[in-house]
Design a protein around this ligand. Sequence first.
Ligand code: DGY
Length: 336
Amino acid sequence: MNTSAQSHSLQKPKILVARAIFPDQLAKLEESFEVQSNQEDRIYSADELKKALSGVVGALVTGSERIDAGALADAKDLKIVANISVGYNNFDVPAITAAGVMASNTPDVLTDTTADFGFALLMATARRITESEHWVRAGNWKQWSLINNPLGMDLHHTTIGIIGMGRIGQGIAKRASGFGMNVIYHNRSRLPEADEKACRATYVSKEELLKTADHVVLVLPYTPENHHTIGEKELALMKPTATLVNIARGGIVDDLALAQALKAKKIFAAGLDVFEGEPTVNPELLKLSNIVLAPHIASASEKTRRAMVDLAVKNLTAAVAGTKPPSLINTELFKG
Ligand code: DGY
């Protein structure tokens, strides 16, 4: 082998890490790859992303990066886009597949952390925890009172309705059983009997769920069909004492219709971790006190965020090595 061929074979494959990751995880990646990183964590414009994807064999991306035909136009060497996220509505999967690029996500590793958070948001919403804190900080707490302090809705021995009964929905159902809650669910397809039993969950229509649940939790993937799964019509079906929690994706709820329903007390309260057009939050929602707002943090424990990066790296490394990524989405592309 001549010197130039030798140095070529020693070159590390080039990859892109499109958002900031923990420095030690980045350092580990740099042992095997030439890494173009974005530790500044400023979100790329469409044009910057297109340029950043050109000349790399793999990319770690997040929901902030829209991967479509335009983004891939110059990505001739790209083998994989590895999302550091279980949801992949930022991927135009047919366009990625047509470009011959593998796509992967990070299921399982975030299930429990996200289900914990869904339950925490539900509790905060039903028991008015953040509203109470603001009330105390504002100096409103003059005396203990039976009826004149913030009164919430119970969770125990009520009915929880889960829309979207994948891994995270099932995790929430299992937590709900511990509170003696009756669990009903609606999903695109009904779960096998054994899974229903494990979750003590009963399948119902979406309409029945909205009419009967005391607490409605949304955990479904965002697809064109799921756009505004909850809008004015659905909110009108819910009980005036009911709460609504969205830990799925913005766009599943019509945020303006929700703000109007909350203002008119058509439902009791809402807890939102995701928003239409986030990080911008509809100003009508910001005016309300019967709502708990969180900045898309359902999977945000350090341990889980690290596990998400680790899984995304495993997917990327496998694709670059020509083996099957463990959580490949477009499996039809793998020719191993
Ligand atoms: C996910 O993994 O889908 C979380 O919402 C983070 O994007």
